[in-house]
Write a protein that binds this ligand. Structure first.
Ligand SMILES: [Cu+2]
Length: 266
């Protein structure tokens, strides 16, 4: 059973293990590699991710991203079975004074670039660039996509507040919970800025995974709370492409083989 931890609670040796494993994954240029997984979300097309428009919920937002994290984590564990994805609690006091977790923000460790700080965005071939320019104007500039992820974070205290999340955790229906959580999730993407604020390239930024783990954890906590309910039956048999799993198979994290550590430091 893999235990996902708060990045700020992770002992140094675990953090080092996670960082090195992600670094190794970034060296793989095939279907086991970081760029392959990052590319499933948006670019290169087809963009598989499931998001709403901010007004009505996309019922697949939560299960699709749970599957995404799950397969990403399995790929990491193929390299090192002791590694799990950490989560970033952007509501914590530390986040509200320091912003991004230090583990993700420093540039190098002993002269070696920190794989949690940024990642390469592959050069897509001309055909992909032409399609993207047509379908997603503004994403790729005249000079092409930036070769590495960028961030432009806002002020730490502008991150979503714990009170906002506490209120969402009382949402009485799946639709309501999913919509409100997705909107807060979007605000964090915008807060980080740069690549994270652009759906087509967001998943290349290593902080994406810690952010989405926080979202997945909140869904889990709501699921086991007194008000948590399953998603509508209409989506249970929906296959979460490109993964060969259904939304219904994503509802129980212990059957997926992972758990969330309890919060120690807020
Ligand atoms: Cu997201």
């Amino acid at each position: 059973m893999g235990i996902r931890e708060n990045i700020r609670n992770m002992p140094d040796f675990k953090l080092t293990e996670f960082r090195e494993t992600l670094g190794e994954m970034m060296q793989l240029n095939d279907e086991r590699g970081y760029a392959h997984f990052a590319g499933l979300h948006g670019l290169p097309l087809p963009a598989y991710c499931q998001h709403g428009d901010g007004r009505s919920p996309d019922l697949l937002f939560l299960p699709w991203h749970r599957a995404y994290l799950y397969f990403m984590e399995l790929a990491l564990q193929d390299i090192n079975p002791n590694v799990s994805l950490p989560w970033w609690d952007w509501t914590s006091d530390t986040s509200h004074s320091e912003g991004l977790p230090e583990a993700y923000s420093f540039k190098e460790v002993d002269g070696v670039p920190n794989p949690l700080n940024e990642a390469a965005i592959p050069n897509w071939d001309d055909q992909i660039i032409r399609i993207v320019r047509m379908q997603l104007p503004g994403v790729i500039s005249a000079r092409g996509n930036p070769p590495r992820t960028l961030r432009d974070p806002d002020l730490p205290d502008e991150l979503p507040r714990k009170a906002t999340i506490d209120d969402i955790m009382l949402a009485p229906s799946y639709d309501d919970f999913s919509l409100r959580l997705e909107n807060v999730h979007g605000a964090v993407h915008v807060w980080v800025g740069g690549s994270m604020s652009s759906v087509p390239v967001a998943a290349y930024d290593p902080i994406f995974w810690a952010h989405h783990c926080m979202i997945d954890r909140l869904w889990y906590l709501w699921q086991i709370s007194a008000v948590g309910v399953p998603p509508p039956l209409s989506i249970i048999n929906t296959v979460l492409e490109p993964f060969n799993v259904t939304a219904g198979e994503m509802l129980n994290i212990s059957s997926l083989g992972y758990d969330y550590a309890s919060q120690v430091i807020s």
